[in-house]
Design a protein around this ligand. Structure first.
Ligand code: SGN
Ligand code: CA
Length: 522
C-alpha cells in the first residue's frame, strides 16, 4: 500500500510540476518587434518634430503613451544589413561578420541569433517584410520577405519569398506586410505557444513611393526646413563636406520626374549615375537656380517620405487593434524602431551612415503593460546589440556569453543598474558607395562625441552635444576640451579591447601612443 501511495504521490507531484511549468511557459510574453526601414525619430510625433500638426503618427505615439520612449538608443553601424545583423546576433559587425551592405553579401546564417534561441525554446517565430541580409532566414516557423533588388524589394506589386517559394503579390508593400502578419496571427501560428514576430516594413526607404491614397497628402503646403539645412560644412570639409547625399544627389526616380532621355522605363541601376554628379545636377522644371532646386527637391523628398511613414503608422495601428481585440496587448512586448536614424534635410542631406546623432540614433519605443510603466522615458545609452539579450531576458531564455550587448530589462522597468555603460562605441565601414561617407569609428558618452575618420584619411572630430546638438562645430582643436579628448581616446581603446576589435583585420588603423596622449608633449 505504501508503495502504491508513494507512486501515486510522485505521479500527482509531477503532474503538478508539469502544469506549473506549462503555466510558466504560457505566461512567457509574446514579442512583436516592429522595424521600419530608415524610419527616423524626427518623423515620429511622440519624439517631437518640426512638422507640428501637419504630420503626426498617432499609432506609434500610442505605444509611447502606453510604454517607454528611449532618447539614447544607438545603432553601432548605421546602415541596414549591419544593423539587422547586430540586432539578430547581439554582436558588433566585426564579430558577426556583416560589416557592409554590399550587394551579394551574405549573412552567415549558421551563427546564433535570438530568433533561433526563441524558436528552440518553444516560441512560434515569424518574419514579414524586409530581411536584406542576402541569406535565407533561419529560425523562423514562417517567413515572407522582399526577394528582389538585392532583397530591397518594391513598393508596388512586390516579389516575396514565402517559406522558400517566390510569390508576387498585388498591392502596396506596407499594407501587404500588415495583411501578412494579421493573417499569420489569426490563422498561421500555433496559438498554444508564445510568438515572436519580426514585422519589418520596407517603407520609408528610398525611393519613397507613397501609397496611392497619400500621394497628395501635403499638396499646397510648404514643409518646414530643419535648422541646419544650409550647413556649409565649415571645419568638416573632408568628411561632412564631401558626401554624395546632399539634395543635389537626388535622381529623377527619387523625385518622380521623367527619366533622362534614352533611359525612360529603365531601372535606376541602368542609369548613368545613381545619384547625380552635382556638376551636372539637373534643374527641376520651374527652378532657375541650384538654390531653388535644392529646396524643390527637399519638398518633394520630405512629402514622399512622410507619406510613406503614414502608411506604416496605419498598419501599426491595425496590428495594435488586433492585439487589443484578442486579449493579447497585456502580455505582448511591442517594440517599435527603425534600423538606424536618417537625414530629413539636416546638414542638407538624405541617407545615414555617419556617427552624427541624426543617423546613429534609432527611434525606440517599448510597450509591455505587465512590466513597463506607461508614459515612461529613458535616457540611458543603449545600443542595437542590447536588443537580443533584453528580449531573451523577458522570455526567460539563457543568453550566451559571447553576446556583446547587455540586457536593459531593468532599465525598462525604471531601474538603471548602477554600473550601466556611460559611453558606447561606433564603427562604420562601407566606402565609397553608396554615399561617399568615410569609414570612421568613435565613442559617444552622455555629453561628448569623438570620431576618427581613418580609412584613407586621418581626421578627428569632437562635439560638445550640450552646446552644439546639431554637430556644426568641430571642436577638436579647442584647448578647452584637450583633457576630455585625451580621456575619450583612451575610452575608444578600452572599448576596442573589450569588443575584441582585431586590428590585424585591417579594418582600422591602430592609434599610436602619441595620438592617445600617452607619450610626448600632449
Ligand atoms: C540603396 C539606396 C541607397 C541606400 C542604400 C542602403 N540607393 O542602395 O541610397 O543608402 O540602399 O540602404 S537606391 O537609389 O537604390 O535606393 S539600406 O537601408 O539598405 O541600408
Ligand atoms: Ca535602412
Amino acid at each position: 500500500v505504501k508503495l502504491i501511495l508513494g507512486v501515486l504521490a510522485i505521479g500527482v507531484l509531477s503532474v503538478l510540476l508539469l502544469s506549473c511549468e506549462n503555466e510558466q511557459k504560457q505566461k512567457r510574453p509574446n514579442i512583436l518587434f516592429i522595424m521600419a526601414d530608415d524610419h527616423t525619430s524626427q518623423s515620429i510625433s511622440a519624439y517631437g518634430t518640426i512638422f507640428g500638426d501637419i504630420f503626426t503618427t498617432p499609432n506609434i505615439d500610442r505605444l509611447a503613451n502606453e510604454g517607454m520612449i528611449f532618447n539614447n538608443v544607438y545603432c553601432t553601424n548605421a546602415i541596414c544589413g549591419p544593423s539587422r545583423a547586430t540586432i539578430l546576433t547581439g554582436k558588433y559587425s566585426h564579430v558577426n561578420s556583416y560589416f557592409k551592405n554590399e550587394s551579394g553579401g551574405q549573412f552567415n546564417e549558421k551563427q546564433w541569433t535570438f530568433i533561433k534561441a526563441l524558436n528552440d525554446n518553444g516560441y512560434q517565430t515569424s518574419l514579414f517584410g524586409k530581411w536584406h541580409l542576402g541569406s535565407e532566414p533561419v529560425g523562423f516557423d514562417y517567413f515572407k520577405y522582399h526577394n528582389n533588388k538585392s532583397q530591397q524589394g518594391d513598393y508596388y506589386d512586390p516579389l516575396y519569398n514565402e517559406n522558400g517559394k517566390n510569390v508576387r503579390e498585388e498591392g502596396y508593400a506596407t499594407t501587404l506586410t500588415g495583411d501578412f502578419i494579421l493573417n499569420w496571427l489569426e490563422n498561421g501560428r500555433d496559438k498554444d505557444k508564445p510568438f515572436a514576430a519580426l514585422l519589418h516594413f520596407k517603407a520609408p526607404h528610398r525611393p519613397w513611393k507613397p501609397e496611392e491614397k497619400y500621394k497628395d497628402l501635403f499638396k499646397g503646403i510648404e514643409m518646414p526646413y530643419p535648422d541646419n539645412f544650409n550647413d556649409d560644412y565649415k571645419g568638416r570639409e573632408l568628411t561632412a563636406g564631401d558626401t554624395w547625399m546632399t539634395m543635389d544627389y537626388f535622381n529623377r526616380i527619387d523625385m518622380k520626374v521623367t527619366a533622362p532621355e534614352g533611359l525612360e522605363g529603365k531601372e535606376l541601376w541602368q542609369w548613368k549615375t545613381h545619384g547625380n554628379n552635382p556638376d551636372e545636377a539637373w534643374l527641376p522644371e520651374g527652378c532657375k537656380t541650384q538654390e531653388e532646386a535644392r529646396k524643390w527637391k527637399y519638398q518633394r523628398y520630405i512629402k514622399d517620405y512622410l507619406a510613406c511613414v503614414k502608411s506604416v503608422d496605419d498598419n501599426v495601428g491595425r496590428v495594435l487593434d488586433y492585439l487589443d481585440a484578442n486579449g493579447l496587448a497585456e502580455n505582448t512586448i511591442v517594440v517599435y524602431t527603425g534600423d538606424q536614424g536618417f537625414y530629413l534635410g539636416e546638414h542638407g542631406w538624405f541617407d545615414k551612415r555617419f556617427m552624427y546623432e541624426t543617423s546613429s540614433k534609432m527611434p525606440f519605443i517599448v510597450r509591455y503593460p505587465e512590466k513597463v510603466a506607461a508614459k515612461s522615458q529613458s535616457n540611458d545609452i543603449i545600443t542595437n546589440a542590447d536588443f537580443a539579450p533584453t528580449l531573451l531576458d523577458f522570455a526567460n531564455v539563457d543568453v550566451p556569453e559571447a553576446i556583446q550587448g547587455r540586457s536593459f530589462a531593468e532599465n525598462l522597468q525604471g531601474q538603471t543598474p548602477a554600473d550601466w555603460r556611460k559611453s558606447y562605441y561606433y564603427q562604420y565601414y562601407e566606402y565609397p558607395f553608396w554615399h561617399h561617407v568615410q569609414p570612421h569609428y568613435g565613442v559617444r558618452n552622455e555629453r561628448y562625441k569623438l570620431i576618427h575618420f581613418y580609412y584613407n584619411m586621418d581626421v578627428w572630430e569632437f562635439y560638445d552635444l550640450e552646446k552644439d546638438p546639431n554637430e556644426m562645430n568641430n571642436a577638436i582643436a579647442d584647448p578647452a576640451y584637450a583633457e576630455i579628448i585625451k580621456e575619450m581616446k583612451i575610452d575608444i581603446v578600452n572599448h576596442q579591447n573589450n569588443l575584441c576589435i582585431d586590428k590585424s583585420l585591417g579594418v582600422m588603423r591602430t592609434m599610436t601612443d602619441a595620438e592617445l596622449g600617452l607619450v610626448g608633449g600632449h
